[in-house]
Design a protein around this ligand. Structure first.
Ligand code: 0A1
Ligand code: ZN
Length: 897
């Protein structure tokens, strides 16, 4: 079976697919029968009629079947010419097929020339070549190159590229592509040209082209072997002062990769272009990264502290791809986590080194718990190496990226930092310049360390979040504590039975004084050492570990540092949780104890709401909160995280079904009670941490702003005029976007009578700063009040909104579905109707972004019957739309299966 063979999808029972849906299977992989030795592209740029001339030097592989036609991918291309070895083909010598072209009876070695016409101006999908604010740019991952020219658009076909670009000199003074510029000059009629050559073989998804009139920031970096690399950041006119942080981040990332992994940059130039219309965060095209403006532009006035960290992280991520993704790439798209899991892990470590590892770990785990656990428990659950897909773009997921990074982190836990590094060295030695698989990565780790990863491989093949249940038994006579572990993994689509995973569980035992005791595990008869240092290797479905010399009153601290992406259940008493919240030396588990404490209170309150009794919870929770707030040893950023009650999406993943109104009410009740009981404390800490005066961005100032924001958010629940005045003052006097946007959000999300006037003033002030306006849209959309739907209906026609721009869609519609649970899940179904209308308006314009929006319905089965019916109805309506994109079809049909 070839990789293009068609399988009929087992689509939804509710709705038959309107078009034949092709499912791609990992097991269908076959190598491409030809080598493409060289690619020469020539672009004559014009908005509606760009002409692309392509010459491919092609060689049939020794073991390939010469009878088979040569198949090239191509979508939305108008073929103007096709020639073999300079001789134009007539219609009997080639065939246009669905999404491609076949050359019949191709010679064993030849040059193939094609000329096609494309229309960047009408390309709203933002894949292939498109125009963004009058500038040309490309996005080729995963399968966008086929919208530019006919080509074997798959990552295992790697070739060297030469690219000639021709355009109007005035309108497009900068003409950019991958590699080095080897020629440029003027042409007739006010046109000019540039020729770029990339000496490194690359797959088509790493091709890039940009053309426009930009402002340019330049700098340079001296590599570890003393080469000078020119660094260039291209941005929209007038934005130069917002690029300095990105440039500094790039240099830090280059240095970090040399120091930590010994990896040096290879070309003489590294370019970044920022564009306002982009489906994702950024793209690692060889030597020419293209970024969403959101991850390049940052200044004190317009970007929050979080934005600054995110810019640094994404700049790092794309830079790190040069080794983990570009030099060693994926054999096929099922292997995506090979590059993404590894690169996310690398960017997480980079950010941790620049900021604080404890805080970074908590931030990363929050994403896993709220988003990845939800994906793993829903209709789109897939292993980090999926087995099939309908639309590859739907598999750029938190599972492939973030759970993938957790799997990489586990190698480091199992093998140690040095062992992990040894494994990476072997991986690069063996595979530099190749397109490989996750299996190749595992084998490098195994061989470099003589470590058996047979069972560990299940993390690549089994979907779902493993659950680890732990009980403890203390034997007072022997002074021994046993921990009994049970692991299981829920059924996921297509996977009924799961085998036990190899789960590294990091543990500690904490004595009465709050100190860690030394761990002395009793030896077991098992060949696999069960405990190594503080790591328990869980391998069987049930397993026990006994520790010797343990005083009576110890509390186990389990899954320290979130050493594996699992759900842990251990029946702590309330007082044990409070103890851990006050004393755990592992900052992740200290935070975790607080989260569990708050969750437990919230679910108790839900039970009280169900039985109609008055709401109350144990006073000790209030004292524990106060103690943490008053702890002068703790970092403000950590405190801010520890004092933040888990969000609704995280809480939802802790139960099978939920009465959402009760959950939101219970959460609000807890927050307000903590605010009332500790009012003076919140106020005091707000005042000591909120800073007026010169802006600083050192670690301490960032931490203070975070903590002040958390204190103010508690105070705002009191609905007092004095607090409203505090927030208004913070907004008026702010000299940075962190303070301003925190205050704006708190005011807009409150019942303050004049809040809409405040919001309008903010908009007036910032209307020309697109990224700030996007924050404003998100704040408006996530207001929990009942008027929000009416407001965001009218925002669709507001000058600040543009359906074709993904950042706007994410800010308005994404924030509504993801950060406004009370309004999205309105009992009358208006939230669902609103979302469905936007999906229907968008699927033909931008299939990728509308598919992501559709995912907001994925967890419909968790809700009450009334809401379930309403969400189901919207999914069915979406599926009945004419010429529905396969992106949306895949998400909606799987949701209904
Ligand atoms: N490889 C990029 C992310 C990316 C993926 C797909 C895109 O278009 C469909 C765009 C960007 C990264 O991991 O940064
Ligand atoms: Zn990536």
């Amino acid at each position: 079976m070839s990789d293009s063979s068609s399988h009929q999808d087992g689509a939804s029972q509710e709705q038959a697919p309107q078009q034949e849906v092709q499912v791609h299977y990992r097991s269908d992989y076959r190598p491409y029968p030809y080598d493409i030795e060289n690619v020469h592209l020539a672009f004559d740029l014009a908005p509606n009629a760009t002409v692309v001339d392509t010459t491919l030097t092609i060689q049939r592989k020794a073991d390939a079947d010469g009878e088979e036609p040569l198949r090239l991918d191509g979508v939305d291309l108008e073929l103007l010419l096709i020639a073999v070895d300079g001789k134009e083909l007539d219609e009997s010598e080639y065939r246009l097929i669905d999404d491609g072209l076949e050359v019949l009876n191709p010679p064993a070695r030849f040059t193939l020339t094609t000329k096609v016409k494309i229309s960047p101006d009408t390309n709203t999908s933002l894949e292939g070549l498109y125009l963004s604010s009058g500038k040309y740019c490309t996005q080729c991952e995963a399968e966008g190159f086929r919208k530019i020219t006919y080509y074997p658009d798959r990552p295992d076909v790697m070739s060297t590229f030469t690219v000639r670009i021709e355009a109007d000199a005035k309108e497009f003074p900068h003409l950019l592509s991958n590699g080095n510029r080897i020629e440029h000059g003027d042409l007739e009629d006010g046109k000019h040209f540039a020729v770029w050559e990339d000496p490194y073989k690359k797959p088509s998804y790493l091709f890039a082209l940009c053309a426009g009139d930009y402002d340019l920031l330049t700098s340079s970096f001296n590599t570890m072997t003393g080469r000078e690399v020119r660094l260039e950041i291209y941005v929209d006119k007038g934005k130069l002062d917002q690029c300095h942080h990105a440039m500094e981040s790039l240099k830090k990332a280059m240095k970090w990769d040399e120091e930590v992994f010994g990896l040096e940059y290879d070309l003489d130039i590294y370019m970044i272009v920022a564009v306002g219309d982009f489906n994702m965060g950024a793209m690692e095209n060889k030597g020419l990264n293209i970024f969403n403006t959101k991850y390049v532009l940052a200044s004190q006035d317009t970007a929050t502290d979080t934005d600054f960290i995110d810019v640094e992280g994404v700049i790092g991520h794309e830079y790190f791809h040069n080794w983990t993704g570009n030099r060693v790439t994926c054999r096929d798209w099922f292997q995506l986590s090979l590059k993404e899991g590894l690169t996310v892990f690398r960017d997480q470590e980079f950010t941790g080194d620049q900021t604080d590892h404890g805080v970074k770990r908590i931030e990363d785990v929050k994403v896993i718990r709220s988003h990845q656990f939800a994906e793993d428990a829903g209709p789109m659950a897939h292993p980090i190496r999926p087995d099939s897909y309908i639309e590859m773009n739907n598999f750029y997921t938190v599972t492939v990226y973030n759970k993938g990074a957790e799997v990489i982190r586990m190698y480091q836990t199992l093998l140690g930092r040095d062992g992990f590094k040894r494994g990476l060295d072997v991986y690069f030695e063996r595979h530099d310049g190749q397109a490989v698989t996750c299996e190749d990565f595992v084998r490098s780790m195994e061989d470099a360390n003589s470590y058996d990863l047979k069972q560990f491989r299940r993390w690549y093949s089994q979907a779902g979040t493993p659950e680890v249940e732990v009980t403890s038994e203390y034997d007072a006579d022997k002074r021994q504590l046993s921990l009994n572990f049970k692991q299981s993994c829920p059924v996921t689509p297509g996977q009924e039975e799961k085998e036990p995973f190899h789960i590294p569980v990091k543990v500690g035992l904490i004595d009465e004084l709050g100190n860690d005791i030394e761990l002395k595990a009793l030896p077991v008869n098992d060949a696999d050492a069960q405990v190594e240092g503080d790591i328990v290797h869980l391998k069987a479905a049930e397993q026990s570990v006994t520790f010797d010399d343990v005083p009576e009153k110890v509390i186990p601290s389990i899954l320290r540092g979130f050493s594996a992406p699992v759900k842990l259940r251990y029946d702590y008493s309330l007082s044990e949780l409070i103890f851990l919240f006050a004393h755990d030396s592992d900052s992740f588990n200290r935070w975790q104890a607080g989260q569990e404490l708050f969750s437990r209170v919230i679910f108790d309150l839900c039970d009280q709401l169900n039985s109609g009794i008055d709401l109350s919870f144990d006073e000790s929770v209030i004292r524990a909160t106060k103690n943490l707030l008053d702890d002068s040893e703790l970092d403000g950023q950590f405190k801010s995280l520890a004092l933040t009650i888990p969000g609704v999406s995280t809480l939802l993943e802790q139960v099978d079904t939920i009465e959402i109104d009760h959950l939101i009410k219970a959460r609000n009740f807890l927050k307000r009670r903590l605010a009332e009981e500790l009012e003076l404390d919140w106020l005091l800490h707000y005042q000591t941490n909120h800073h007026v005066g010169d802006f600083e961005q050192d670690k301490e100032s960032v931490a203070k702003r975070a903590l002040a924001g958390t204190c103010l958010s508690y105070l705002m629940t009191l609905e007092k005029d004095s607090v409203y005045q505090l927030a208004l003052k913070q907004l008026d006097n702010a000299n940075n976007m962190t303070d301003a946007s925190t205050a704006l959000q708190l005011i807009v999300h409150s019942n303050y009578a004049d809040k809409i006037k405040v919001a309008e003033d903010f908009y007036q002030k910032w209307q020309n700063e697109e990224l700030v306006v996007n924050k404003w849209l998100a704040i408006m959309a996530s207001d929990p009040s009942d008027e929000t739907i009416d407001r965001i209906e009218s925002l669709l026609d507001h000058p600040s909104f543009e359906l074709k721009n993904p950042n706007k869609v994410r800010s308005l519609i994404g924030a509504f579905t993801g950060a406004n649970p009370s309004q999205f899940h309105r009992a009358d179904g208006r939230g669902y109707e609103y979302l469905a209308r936007q999906i229907k308006a968008l699927y033909a314009v931008n299939p990728q972004v509308s598919a992501r929006l559709t995912g907001a319905f994925n967890r419909w089965r968790k809700f009450d019957e009334g809401r379930q019916l309403k969400m189901k109805q919207q999914l069915q309506d979406i599926l009945s739309m004419p010429e529905l994109s396969k992106d949306v079809y895949e998400i909606a049909s799987k949701a209904l299966q």
